[in-house]
Design a protein around this ligand. Structure first.
Ligand code: SF4
Length: 276
């Protein structure tokens, strides 16, 4: 068997496939039920864009959505990830505990969709919290109902992806309903758990001002959104679609213009939100 790649990657754009293929289905089920093992694409360090300060990010494998613009389709399949025990992931994280605290950063669990493995996610975030590390969960929110109120207390910040407002457009863009995501956002608002909204700006798909206005009004009404990150679409994940033999629908889409980015930021700011 070929040696497994290191848990640490230079970036999540490294293509990783079939790394958990040898794991039996029953072991996958046990891992999901207990949270004592998870499937990770990688750990990366030095991120300045996945929450406050400089952060260590663990990228989980497994996502039930199929966003047309997904940058990491190799993370859709859980068994593309490296099977990692909770103890090993916690040990890896422990290496960075002093560094991230010194840089006012923390630990972010991203993906894929981390809540596909919610028990592992909660245990790993709780372990980080226990080390005094600031914790963030980057999620599409669809499985937010899997987290108890006590679980939410282990998460200092939710980076919540709001991908669209109109339900038909959202289904076209992601393959899924946005109702559960909005419900999770409302719950976080009621419980006053901080959110940073992430909004991917894709010309022709998510840049219509009416659509952005609806999302901005919703986010502003929650009362707990500390900032909004408008993420301009780019083509860095395109090669993964091609390597995985997937049909990529956005091959001709250009990144948004400066004008469209500024217009979108202005819509969020007009609702009283801090947007970058
Ligand atoms: S939710 Fe994230 S990981 Fe899942 S398909 Fe969409 S962009 Fe990709």
């Amino acid at each position: 068997m070929a040696p497994q790649p290191s848990l640490e990657a230079k970036s999540p754009y490294e293509l990783r496939i079939d790394l958990g293929r040898g794991v039996a289905d029953t072991d996958v089920r046990t891992a999901l039920a207990t949270g004592d093992m998870g499937f990770l694409h990688s750990f990366t360090t030095g991120s300045a864009v996945d929450g406050p300060g400089v952060r260590v990010v663990a990228w989980t494998a497994g996502c039930q959505w199929r966003c047309l613009y997904c940058h990491n389709p190799d993370t859709w399949t859980m068994t593309n990830g490296i099977p990692v025990t909770l103890a090993r992931a916690t040990e890896e994280l422990g290496k960075y505990r002093h560094g991230v605290r010194a840089m006012k950063g923390g630990f972010t669990l991203s993906g894929g969709e981390p809540l596909m493995q919610h028990r592992f996610a909660v245990k790993l975030l709780s372990a980080a919290h226990g080390m005094g590390i600031h914790t963030a969960l980057d999620s599409n929110g669809y499985y937010g109902h899997r987290l108890s109120d006590a679980d939410l207390e282990q998460i200092d910040l939710v980076l919540l992806d709001l991908k669209g407002w109109d339900s038909e457009r959202h289904r076209h863009l992601t393959g899924m309903e946005n109702g559960p995501t909005l419900e999770f956002a409302r719950r976080l608002g009621e419980r006053k758990r901080p959110i940073w909204v992430r909004f991917v700006l894709v010309p022709g798909l998510t840049d219509h001002p009416d659509e952005v206005t609806q999302i901005a009004r919703f986010a502003a009404g929650l009362g707990n959104v500390q900032r909004v990150d408008v993420l301009p679409f780019h083509q860095m994940g395109r090669y993964k679609w091609e390597r995985l033999g997937l049909t990529y629908a956005l091959g001709d889409v250009e990144p948004p213009s400066t004008e469209v980015i500024e217009r979108t930021l202005a819509i969020f700011r007009n609702e009283g939100l801090t947007a970058y």
